[in-house]
Design a protein around this ligand. Structure first.
Ligand code: ME8
Length: 485
């Protein structure tokens, strides 16, 4: 039986066009999906949009559109952005999809049947930007601790999910499965907070109507997070494609930003425990991007959208930069200069020049088969280990150490003087392996390299010497980009 791999991203609020933060998580999902596919696994990669709730309803009202028409206008922007970045999910789920709405109702019914939902009154503070509830002690000067905006006090009839009932089970699960929440320091934060105690969660609203009705009380709509989290089940066919569901669930990893770890590491597993569904294997919360060292903010013009990102130096350079620049899991800062720097020095100089020099010399002098000493310097096992532990940046660093080693080799052996066809053969094989390993990160570039050297991008071709065929000089892979000013 083929191994499977199921990776998800958060489903984003389509209240504006996607920016670099959304691109980051989705790109990481695409890199992981491509990596596991390369290794021969059957992969499912899910992303999408979170379309219900007050935030969307208010944004639509401002635009003088119905919520559905409003999101219908914005969803294509997400799909186009992912396409431009060469990100190819197996499904793009919308929470307004009929199959998803059905699954939400089924899960609600399961949890209700279990006796984990009760009726009461909600009284407290609600931040619409977060779509989250806060207690008085969470507030900072009467404002949302995240958005620093004035927060509204709500009182309404509501159904509650017995989150508090799951405190012990959750803590036991974290203990038994130390890899469940990553990175480690975030796991510890969650454990500490859960130990302080859990409050039951208000899971329905009556003050507005843009949501999925509760199956047991049509006057209430479902709280947007209960609705959204269930996408990870509906996305792979919880109801209508049970075979696929069985194949892929539990998910290997839910990739998220650190802002929404509580929902994924506490609320989501509690819902699953209540519905008797196995828990995902891992929740990985990556860090936060700032833009020129400031918080990303649309209103203050501190934002970089996907189009701006790609316009700097192309899709592959954007992909490369985002993954290479910061350790996956830590915060990072985006600047155009830093992207250009890496594009020019690492992609154009190190990788581009290697491919250009070797293909030029191979065209002139040809290749001759030999056993390779250079390829011994390629640490595939290390790269695999990094990918397994989601140290995506480290995997790239390791691949680039081999690019450095290959550049040193050509410099030391001087095949342009010696006309040594064997050295060129070794270098061609090294580049072929580099292209295979880089393919999840920079797919377009990897394909171009493979074409030049008549190689195939596949795990089986890795470290398998190619036949010494005739090679033609490669066209330039990366044109250098000038920094502004
Ligand atoms: O929270 N740096 O949607 P959302 C890094 N709909 N990542 C960032 C980022 C930044 N500055 N800004 C956003 C929601 N992200 C819910 C999710 S899931 C069941 C429901 C990324 O549109 C990061 O992945 O606010 C973060 O978790 C996500 O966008 C939040 O997207």
């Amino acid at each position: 039986m083929t191994d499977t791999y199921y990776v998800t991203t958060p489903i984003y609020y389509p209240n504006d066009v996607p920016h670099i933060g959304h691109a980051y998580t989705t790109l990481a999902g695409d890199v992981l999906a491509r990596w596991h596919k390369l290794q021969g696994k059957e992969v499912f990669f899910l992303t999408g949009t979170d379309e219900h709730g007050k935030k969307i309803e208010e944004a639509a009202k401002k635009a003088k559109l119905s919520p559905k028409t409003f999101t219908d206008h914005l969803v294509p922007k997400f799909k186009e952005a992912w396409k431009k970045l060469n990100i190819h999910p197996d499904r793009f789920i919308r929470t307004t999809d009929t199959d998803h709405e059905q699954v939400v109702q089924v899960i609600l019914s399961e949890v209700h049947k279990k006796g984990d939902i009760y009726e009461g009154h909600y009284e407290g503070y609600y931040c619409t930007a977060c779509e989250a509830y806060y207690t008085e002690k969470d507030l900072v000067d009467g404002c949302c601790p995240i958005h620093k905006t004035k927060i509204e006090k709500l009182k309404e009839e509501s159904y509650f999910f017995k989150l508090s009932k799951y405190q012990k089970l959750l803590l036991a699960h974290y203990k038994k499965n130390p890899d469940f929440i990553s990175p480690d320091h975030r796991r510890q934060e969650i454990i500490n907070r859960v130990k302080e105690g859990l409050q039951d969660l208000s899971i329905s609203r009556t003050s507005f109507s843009w949501g999925i009705p509760l199956p047991f009380d049509k006057d209430h709509i479902t709280y947007v997070w209960f609705d959204a989290l269930v996408n990870y089940l509906s996305g792979i066919g919880y109801l209508e494609n049970t075979q696929r569901f069985k194949k892929f669930w539990p998910a290997n990893v839910h990739l998220i930003g650190k802002d929404i770890l509580w929902f994924h590491a506490v609320i989501w597993p509690a819902i699953l425990l209540s519905a008797d569904i196995p828990l995902p294997k891992k929740i990985f919360a990556h860090g936060w991007w700032t833009f020129n060292n400031e918080k990303i903010s649309k209103s203050r013009g501190k934002v970089i959208n996907v189009d701006d990102l790609i316009n700097i130096a192309g899709a592959d350079s954007a992909r490369y930069f985002l993954i290479r620049e910061t350790p996956f899991g830590e915060d990072g800062d985006f600047s155009e200069d830093a992207l250009i720097e890496r594009h020019n020095n690492e992609l154009a100089n190190k990788l581009g020049n290697l491919v250009s020099r070797v293909s030029t010399l191979a065209e002139i002098y040809g290749l001759e088969k030999t056993t390779s000493t250079l390829s011994k310097k390629l640490k595939i096992k290390e790269i695999e280990k990094h990918m397994e532990s989601l140290a995506l940046d480290k995997a790239l660093t390791e691949i680039f150490s081999f690019i450095d080693a290959s550049n040193e080799y050509i410099q030391a052996k001087k095949p342009w003087e010696t006309k040594d066809k064997k050295v060129l053969y070794e270098l061609v094989n090294a580049i072929k392996d580099i292209a295979i390993l880089l393919s999840p990160f920079v797919p377009e570039t990897a394909e171009k390299i493979a074409k030049t050297f008549h190689a195939t991008i596949s795990w089986e071709s890795l470290q398998k010497p190619i036949s010494p065929v005739k090679i033609k000089k490669a066209s330039i892979l990366f044109n250098k980009v000038k920094k502004d000013g």
